[in-house]
Design a protein around this ligand. Structure first.
Ligand SMILES: C[S@@+](CC[C@H](N)C(=O)[O-])C[C@H]1O[C@@H](n2cnc3c(N)ncnc32)[C@H](O)[C@@H]1O
Length: 298
């Protein structure tokens, strides 16, 4: 499909089709790249995320399917925020999701920190057509890819892209969501990382400092300052966090024990390495509305 720039249906419909010399050499080159470990997505330049075909280059992390959980979390919580409609979390057909969430997202303000290819921001911009979307990255090259993806999906007027170290200099306040999938692998664990990732994906997208938690630890207070009371932060992190046992990480205590988040509402999903935390002081209202769902998530 990549060699012929065609879809699967064309291949099935034309079994007799022979490759020209040029096509054959393109195919051989792609095989050669793959044989030396280059991820298929960097060879083809594409990866699907949330039903969208995204451009990927070696400047960005290849979007992972489990990162869709971050999108799902926002959609689920967004419907339960005070002053907005019912939960938008529904069947994964775009038409249903958009129509359900459309009613609930007016005035909702979302920031995706470390946007990379733009996958999270784009998915949320598509699902929340009336929300105000911001996305940051420290890498100029990554932002170029994210902007290209936004244009590719006619979302360029929906997302404000910023080059920034986390939220530094952005002057964003009163956000409903600060979501992120920042680097969280420790440099000390480098030898445990898959060779393809280590060798070909951007280092600043994978490694988050000596222990892997350094970038996220800086994000937490900045996210708190930018959230409105009752707003949510959702981030991915390794289970093993420094100075804390895995038990404390599972319950979110490592981060939630700071005055920023209410420990009882921080949750951790092991399979997706995802933390969610809610900013005080609107805690009672949120607990009434969605405490049940959160407890079942922990
Ligand atoms: C793990 S990748 C995730 C990309 C995308 N959000 C995804 O889920 O596929 C992390 C991204 O965070 C960016 N990043 C790393 N450190 C950062 C920082 N201090 N401030 C902003 N972005 C940062 C990297 O350039 C990279 O694009």
């Amino acid at each position: 499909m990549f060699t012929l720039d065609c879809d699967r249906a064309y291949l099935f419909a034309h079994p007799e089709r022979e490759l020209s010399a040029e096509e054959q050499s393109r195919y051989d080159a792609a095989l050669g790249e793959r044989a030396r470990g280059v991820p298929a997505q960097y060879i083809t330049g594409h990866q699907e995320f949330w039903g969208m075909d995204l451009i990927v280059t070696p400047a960005v992390l290849i979007p992972r399917p489990e990162t869709e959980h971050v999108v799902e979390t926002v959609l689920a919580l967004q419907g339960s925020l005070p002053g907005v409609g019912r939960p938008a979390f529904g069947p994964r057909t775009s038409a249903v999701r958009v129509s359900e969430s459309r009613k609930a997202d007016a005035g909702c303000r979302v920031l995706d920190v470390g946007t990379g290819s733009g996958c999270i921001a784009l998915a949320l911009a598509r699902e929340l057509p009336d929300a105000e979307m911001h996305a940051t990255d420290i890498s100029t090259a990554a932002l170029e890819v994210a902007r290209a993806n936004a244009a590719r999906h006619q979302l360029e007027n929906r997302i404000q892209f910023h080059r920034a170290d986390l939220l530094a200099g952005l002057n964003l306040t009163d956000l409903d969501f600060v979501v992120s999938n920042l680097p969280y692998v420790g440099e000390s664990e480098e030898d445990q990382v898959q060779l393809e990732v280590r060798k070909f994906e951007p280092r600043n997208a994978v490694f988050g400092g000596p222990t892997g938690t350094e970038v996220i630890a800086r994000l937490i207070p900045q996210a708190h300052a930018a959230l409105r009371p009752g707003g949510w932060s959702s981030w991915k992190s390794a289970e093993q966090l420094p100075t804390g046992s895995s038990n404390s990480c599972k319950t979110g205590k490592k981060f939630a024990s700071s005055p920023i988040y209410n420990p009882s509402l921080a949750s951790y999903r092991r399979e997706s390495r995802r933390f969610n935390a809610n900013k005080n002081p609107a805690i009672r209202k949120i607990r009434t509305k969605c405490g049940k769902r959160l407890r079942s998530e922990v």
